[in-house]
Design a protein around this ligand. Structure first.
Ligand SMILES: *Cc1c(COP(=O)(O)O)cnc(C)c1O
Length: 397
C-alpha cells in the first residue's frame, strides 16, 4: 500500500504526472495495467505459510491500486493511503478507524449531508455521541471539547454553503487535547490545499469528483499521517472495503490531468461567479475566491486556489421562476456530484439538514459546477436563464 519509487523532489505539476507509475515493471508501458483478480497464486505451501506475499488476495490490492495510493500519499504528504468504493465509504472508514463506543465526535454543520447520515445513523448506533458545530467556530471549538472527545471532522469550504473553516485554529485545539482531526478535502483537491501540512491527521477525497474528473467513477481515498496510519490501515483491512480495479485505473488516469483541468476550471469558476455577482437577480454568490465572500481572507491565507464549485442565492422569487431559470439552461445538467468536465447545477436548501447553525436567505439557492465549456457560452446560457427568471416574476434588485 502506498509504495512508490518516486520521491517528491519536483513541482506538484510534475509529481502528478510522474508519481505511482512503474513502467520498468510493466514492460515499458506508461500506465499501470488493470489487474482484475480475486485469487493470487502462491508458488508453494511454504510461500503461503509465510504470509508475506506482496499481493496476498484481490481485496488487499494490486499494482493498479498501488499506483493511485502512491500518488495520493505523495500529493497529500501522508504516510499512506487506502482506497474505497466511494467518497462516502472513505469518510466512513476514516471515522471508524479513530472512534470507539463512548467517544464524542464533533462534526462541522456544513458537512456533506450523507456524512451526517453516516454519523447519525451508524456511529450513534455503535455508541459514539455526535455533535455538530458551527463551521465558523474557529478556536471557539475549545468550548465543545469533552474528556471523551476523540475526533473533530472538518470540511472546508462547506458543502453547498462554502463556509471556510479556520483549520489551523481548530487543529491547534485538537492537538492540545490529543484529538484526531479528519477533513473532507474534496473541494480543494491536494493541489489547492494540503491539510496534513497544517497538522490535520487524515484527509479524505471523493475521487468521484475532480480526481476522476469525467463523471464516470465512484471512488474514495483516505490519506493518513504517521500517527493515524496504523489504525486506518488495520481498519481498512478488517472492514473489507475495496475499490474495483477498473475504477481505480480511471482514478489514476483522471489524476494525471487534474492540474491542467483545475487551472482552466478555477479561472472559469471565478469569471462566471464574478459575472453572476453583478447581476441584479442575484442576491449573493458564495465563492471563497471572491472578495465579497465573508471568509475570503481565510481562503487566501490557507488555499493555493479555488475549484469551480460555488453557490448562488437568488433574490426572492416564486418557485416557477426558479424552475424556469434552471430547467431551461442548455449547458447545465441538473444533478448531484461534480468535478467532471461538464457544467452542472443543483438547487439546495440547507434548512433541511443544518442543526447547529441557521441558514439566512430570502431567495432560493443553487449550486453551480463550471465545466470545461467556453465561459462565453456559459455566461450567455446563464444570461438567458436570468431573463426567464425575471419574466416568470423572479426578483431583480
Ligand atoms: C460527493 C461528495 C462526497 C461523497 O462522494 P461519493 O463518491 O459520491 O460517495 C463526499 N464529500 C463531498 C464534499 C462530496 O461532494
Amino acid at each position: 500500500m502506498g509504495k512508490t519509487n518516486y520521491r517528491r523532489t519536483h513541482h506538484v505539476d510534475t509529481d502528478i504526472v510522474t508519481v505511482g507509475r512503474t513502467p520498468e515493471e510493466q514492460f515499458g508501458y506508461v500506465n499501470p495495467p488493470v489487474y482484475r483478480g480475486s485469487t493470487v497464486l502462491y508458488p508453494d505451501t511454504a510461500h503461503f505459510e509465510r504470509r508475506d506475499a506482496r499481493y496476498p488476495y484481490g481485496r488487499y490490492g494490486s499494482p493498479t491500486t498501488d499506483s493511485l495510493e502512491a500518488a495520493m500519499t505523495l500529493l497529500e504528504g501522508g504516510a499512506g493511503t487506502v482506497l474505497a468504493s466511494s467518497g462516502l465509504a472513505a469518510i466512513a472508514i476514516a471515522l471508524q478507524s479513530q472512534l470507539k463506543a463512548g467517544d464524542h465526535l464533533l462534526v462541522t454543520d456544513s458537512c456533506y449531508a450523507p456524512t451526517r447520515g453516516f454519523c447519525n445513523g451508524v456511529m450513534t448506533r455503535f455508541g459514539v455521541s455526535v455533535e455538530y458545530y458551527d463551521p465558523r467556530i474557529g478556536a471557539g471549538i475549545a468550548d465543545l471539547i469533552r474528556p471523551e472527545t476523540a475526533v473533530i471532522f472538518l470540511e472546508s469550504p462547506g458543502s453547498h454553503t462554502f463556509e471556510v473553516q479556520d483549520i489551523p485554529a481548530i487543529v491547534a485545539i485538537a492537538k492540545k487535547h490529543d484529538i484526531a482531526t479528519i477533513i473532507d478535502n474534496t473541494w480543494a483537491t491536494p493541489l489547492f490545499f494540503r491539510p496534513l501540512d497544517v497538522g490535520v491527521d487524515i484527509a479524505i477525497h471523493a475521487a468521484t469528483k475532480y480526481i476522476g474528473g469525467h463523471s464516470d467513477v465512484m471512488l474514495g481515498t483516505v490519506t493518513a499521517n504517521e500517527k493515524t496510519w496504523p489504525a486506518l490501515k488495520a481498519t481498512w483491512h478488517m472492514v473489507g472495503e475495496c475499490a474495483g480495479p477498473d475504477v481505480v485505473w480511471l482514478g489514476q488516469r483522471g489524476l494525471r490531468t487534474l492540474s491542467a483541468r483545475l487551472k482552466r476550471q478555477m479561472a472559469a469558476g471565478i469569471e462566471v461567479a464574478g459575472w453572476l455577482e453583478t447581476q441584479p437577480e442575484v442576491a449573493r454568490v458564495l465563492h471563497p475566491a471572491l472578495e465579497s465572500h465573508p471568509d475570503h481572507a481565510l481562503w487566501k491565507r490557507d488555499f493555493k486556489g479555488a475549484t469551480s464549485l460555488f453557490s448562488v442565492v437568488m433574490n426572492p422569487g416564486p418557485k416557477e421562476a426558479f424552475a424556469a431559470f434552471l430547467d431551461g439552461l442548455e449547458l447545465f445538467g441538473i444533478g448531484a456530484s461534480w468535478g467532471g468536465y461538464e457544467s452542472l447545477c443543483l438547487p439546495f436548501d440547507p434548512r433541511a439538514v443544518r442543526t447547529a447553525t441557521t441558514w439566512h436567505a430570502d431567495g432560493p439557492a443553487v449550486r453551480f459546477h463550471i465545466g470545461l465549456e467556453d465561459t462565453g457560452d456559459i455566461i450567455e446560457d446563464l444570461k438567458a436563464g436570468l431573463e426567464r427568471w425575471r419574466k416568470a416574476g423572479g426578483g431583480a434588485g
